[in-house]
Design a protein around this ligand. Structure first.
Ligand code: FUL
Length: 648
């Protein structure tokens, strides 16, 4: 007995040592191998290109003649290559949309590509895209609509067999598939083999999803299965490409009626943020189209999202912890329109520039607590800087809060920070804040950090600092971090589409524009964005209108010579707030302005076309001021576009 106490103490010390040196235990729901691989993609392409491209519709009824599908100059490499240039890592094709038309020569229905004039019925669009994706080093995925408005047996159990046969064809004949996309949409009515009726199905039971999912898993074990409820990846709950923050990778789906949900029956709102400590690992995916519609419509050519909008979407999706599924809509040639190409390629360049230099490189990382190393793992704070997702800084068990500090290699200027947890061990951190050290003083930079998971990015006010500190305030299990990195966005991100310059028109891409009153709803930047539908408006929706005189000023960034100014009034069929008296002035330095040249826009009420102000003689200046002196009807000011022309 006499030896008991020292012996117990010795054992305790010994086991504490063993315990401390062991790797941390996983916490909560965990990702499977296919999900771990999927998390590394972060952003990838969707492609809606089928019969609707040729009928100008978003949903086909199912009665479309396959002969309509006839791209004049199909080029999978142009589409996939542009997606690659945008930095997208994979490509998911709508192999069959709701109209039931199959883009591959399926044995399950006559309603397919072999009945089209394209390549005399010998073509296979799924093959073309899957081959092109592989050639470009990108993964390939398939979208297969469960709803089929063409099939005469839709609504009967036999249709489920047909759907599974289609799935089997797609998953057996086109190589490795990384994601299978099951759409929850089901509008009821359709052609249904000529019945032209409405068919209701019970979304929770009709498709018998567990059996279909098991089939998919058997044929493609490396694929993640997408639907409103997963089981591999969940819908984020909107088609705007925006995840909530926090956005947990774990999720407990809830059905509308409280039953265990099937796809199409889930409370979508919940998908936006997931569930903290949710039942399963089902991370969110943000799907959004680069155009207003999912399919190509020529009248939307000027509404393609700009590079700036794509960057914003990246931060609202990947930045919040979800993935970014960006839809591309090839035109009737079977290629991406030049505006889409411009935005995608420019977006790719911006992101490449953003991630070209990690400003945390060369820093020294330390922590107030670190786990003891063992033979396999070091667990030190320096692991957050080694660029490896699988290595990480770890704290001792039972730790719930800790601080990690980076002493940067000198002063660094940055505006983006990315954090990662080693997700193979679960999503653990619940709350954190980030400070930066500026001139020796710590200042809070990110206040409300919560979810991290595979990735979270914060785009903040640019700062020049020599230290960064991550304060973990709450964690469900001892916190682990595999990456802290710092980045700087390029100074200028194009916020307009390229528009063919009119003869003599000055290029507006480097211009900076400013207004006396700049509204958030209709910013003055709209006056030089090349889009005639958008406009600057000094009424911001609130009670107060900002009445004339109202000025906008433009800095060309260099001296320009011009002899005409063109002003386009708003083009939305109203004369409210349309300018009909103006003054223009110019300046070399933005301080000393020329005498105002005043004038009127005659007949603008009846004919609101572009108005040309011809200057008496060519002017060389760096700045222009346009002042609206009077408007029609309302008490605020609107301008759709302002352009300058050099002397011919
Ligand atoms: C929706 C569909 O109804 C749209 O047509 C599109 O395919 C989109 C990605 O999913 O639910």
């Amino acid at each position: 007995m006499k030896h008991t106490i020292p012996m117990v103490a010795f054992m305790a010390m010994f086991s504490a040592h063993i315990f401390a040196a062991a790797a941390p235990q996983p916490y909560g729901a965990l990702p499977g191998p296919a999900q771990l691989a999927w998390h590394e993609l972060e952003q990838y392409a969707f492609c809606h290109f089928t019969i609707n491209t040729f009928t100008d519709k978003e949903w086909g009824y199912g009665d479309e003649d396959p002969a309509l599908f006839n791209p004049t100059d199909f080029d999978a490499a142009q589409i996939v290559g542009t997606a690659k240039a945008a930095g997208l890592k994979a490509f998911i094709l709508t192999c069959k949309h709701h109209d039931g038309f199959c883009l591959w020569p399926t044995k399950t229905t006559e309603h397919n590509i072999s009945k089209t004039p394209w390549k005399s019925g010998k073509g296979d669009i799924v093959r073309e895209f899957s081959d092109a994706a592989r050639r470009h080093g990108m993964k390939f995925g398939v979208y297969l609509s469960p709803w089929d408005r063409n099939s005469e047996i839709y609504g009967t159990p036999k249709y489920i067999e047909k759907l599974r046969s289609q799935l089997t064809e797609l998953l057996s004949n086109y190589g490795d598939i990384f994601e299978i996309w099951f759409d929850g949409a089901n509008g009821g009515d359709g052609y249904y083999g000529g019945a032209r009726t409405t068919r209701h199905i019970d979304r929770t039971t009709y498709y018998d999803w567990p059996v279909t999912w098991a089939l998919a898993n058997k044929l493609q074990p490396g694929a993640v299965l997408f639907s409103d409820v997963g089981p591999g990846v969940r819908w984020i709950g909107n088609e705007r490409g925006i995840a909530h923050y926090p956005c947990w990778a774990t999720y407990t789906p809830k059905g509308r009626d409280g039953r265990l949900p099937g796809p199409g029956d889930v409370q979508h709102e919940l998908g936006q943020g997931g569930t903290v400590d949710g039942a399963a690992w089902i991370p969110g995916e943000c799907d959004v189209s680069i155009r207003p519609g999912w399919f190509y419509h020529a009248h939307q050519d000027d509404q393609v999202k700009t590079p700036k909008q794509l960057v914003d979407l990246y931060f609202a999706s990947v930045g919040h912890g979800a993935s970014f599924l960006l839809n591309l809509a090839p035109d009737r040639r079977g290629q991406l329109h030049q505006n889409d190409c411009y935005s995608l390629i420019t977006y790719g360049k911006i992101m490449e520039q953003l991630f070209s230099k990690n400003l945390a490189e060369g820093a020294k990382a330390s922590a107030d607590q670190s786990r003891e190393p063992n033979a396999d793992n070091d667990f030190s704070a320096m692991r957050v800087l080694d660029g490896e997702r699988s290595t990480y800084w770890a704290t001792p068990d039972n730790t719930k809060s800790a601080t990690l500090t980076l002493d940067l290699k000198g002063r660094q200027s940055f505006d983006v920070i990315r954090l990662r947890e080693p997700i193979a061990l679960g999503q653990r951190i619940r709350r954190f804040a980030i400070d930066v050290r500026v001139d020796g003083v710590w200042k809070e930079w990110v206040a409300n950090g919560s979810s991290i998971g595979a990735h979270v990015l914060f785009r903040q006010t640019p700062v020049t600092a020599d230290g960064v500190r991550v304060r973990i305030l709450e964690s469900a299990a001892c916190p682990l971090i595999s990456e802290v990195s710092l980045w700087k966005l390029p100074d200028s991100i194009p916020h307009h589409l390229p528009v063919a310059l009119k003869p003599g028109e000055l290029d507006r891409s480097g211009w900076k524009i400013h207004a006396d009153f700049d509204s958030t709803e209709h910013p003055v930047a709209h006056a030089i964005d090349g889009n005639p539908r958008t406009f600057w408006c000094t009424h911001n929706g609130e009670a107060r209108e900002h009445a004339p005189p109202q000025s906008l000023t433009i800095d060309f960034g260099k001296n320009e010579t011009f002899d005409a100014i063109e002003v386009l009034p708003r083009q939305d069929n109203t004369v409210h707030a349309v300018v009909d008296r103006y003054a223009v002035q110019w300046s070399m330095d933005g301080k000393d302005w020329s005498k105002p040249l005043e004038g009127e826009f005659s007949n603008i009420r009846s004919n609101p076309i572009a108005q040309r102000i011809a200057l008496p003689a060519p002017v060389t200046a760096r700045h222009l001021k346009f002042t609206a002196l009077r408007v029609l009807e309302k008490d605020n000011v609107t301008i759709a576009e302002i352009r300058l022309f050099s002397p011919s």
